[in-house]
Design a protein around this ligand. Sequence first.
Ligand SMILES: *Cc1c(COP(=O)(O)O)cnc(C)c1O
Length: 453
Amino acid sequence: MEFRRATREELIAWDREIYWHPFTQMAEYEPLIFERAEGCELVDIDGNRYIDGVSSLWCNIHGHRHPEIDRAVREQLERVAHVTALGCSNPTTIILAKRLVELAPPGLNHVFFSDNGATAVEVALKMAFQYWRQCKPPRPEKSLYVALEGAYHGDTLGAVSVGGVERFHAMFRPLLFPCIRLPAPDTYRIPPEIPREQLAEYHLGLLEEVLARDHERIVAVVLEPRIQAAAGMIFHPPGYLAGVRRLTRKYDVFLIADEVAVGMGRTGRMFACEHEDVSPDFLCLAKGLTGGYLPLAATLTTDRVWEAFLGRYEESKQFYHGHTYTGNPLGAAAALATLEVFEKEQTLAKLPAKAEYLAKKLEPLREYPHVGDVRQLGLIAAVELVRDKGTREPYPWEEKRGFRVCQVARRHGVWLRPLGNVIVIMPPLAVSLEQIDRIVEAVTRGIEEVTAE
Ligand SMILES: *Cc1c(COP(=O)(O)O)cnc(C)c1O
């Protein structure tokens, strides 16, 4: 079978006029059409090559068209592309569930699959809510969530309710459920009266006030462990996550860890929670789970939660939630192969050297007059541009400084997507040192050009 053919001009026209892109102003959209990819490089329809500097939006891990992952998907195709998970199963997804439980922080013994990051969070929110209505004795007064300012948990309405990115979320407020919001423990913008070394304690104090007052009404605390990605790569102080775990246990409130962005090796550990030996009650995974190949997500949880949903059919305790492509075997095959490649290629063992190299290369940027901060954990790096380095005053977002830096980088063969004034550098874990050089070089050129005015 042949797909319908199109000329280059038709593709560009249809891409502008028919294809509605997410988080994109279509009136200003300039088509950039990637046709294929190899390893850590993307190739557009004109044959231009770009390093994939943000892992195709934070999801690619071992590079594109990795032979092992390609093969696993092909082999799965020869068995079956999709069977439902509603009341039945398939071997590939079962084995993936088992494997995830082996890898996850201790106590997360059960896996509920879905198909994207937002749904992984929705599942956790709803499971936690239902848990408190089915536990013994039931706690139906628990119906509030605690989340952080700047939080991003996806675009469906439950995920947006706990989300805190005002520019994306404010308009939808009338549709959302209320949520107790705490300031983000931001290690770059610290309240002036708080000494840096007391930042974690200060924010834990704020959380404890809320929990002490309202724990009987609180379902869960939801957060992105260590790094609030979409907020602009806000880094939390060490100790905060472990402190949140301690407090949520003390007040018998669930901890939902959204590792959709930071999981799967990005921060140097398979899961960011491992940095602080934390086992959450719910662990949400997506993005890198399939190595960036296919839409698949997972919400892992504990025996305690699982057991509250067991009962006779007539008791109606089952979890009435599921997506048609939940646990899709092709996605599961890609995920299993991704995990195998982690072992085979010793991806995590090789990461510190790459991370150190990237850090060393980024170091000179700190001296630039409009670079307010350079921060990094594993292979997540962020360079924050500011109008005033002393006051940390940001450039007005309408000036699109970050976006313009990325446009310059693109001319130098590196594809990046910023978060406002923050240049995100988050290449596949398979990136080479030479590619890191080229990324930093392109970013540096961009910053020089765009902050010269
Ligand atoms: C991207 C992201 C999501 C949403 O994932 P989708 O697959 O886009 O729905 C949720 N949480 C975090 C932390 C993310 O970075």
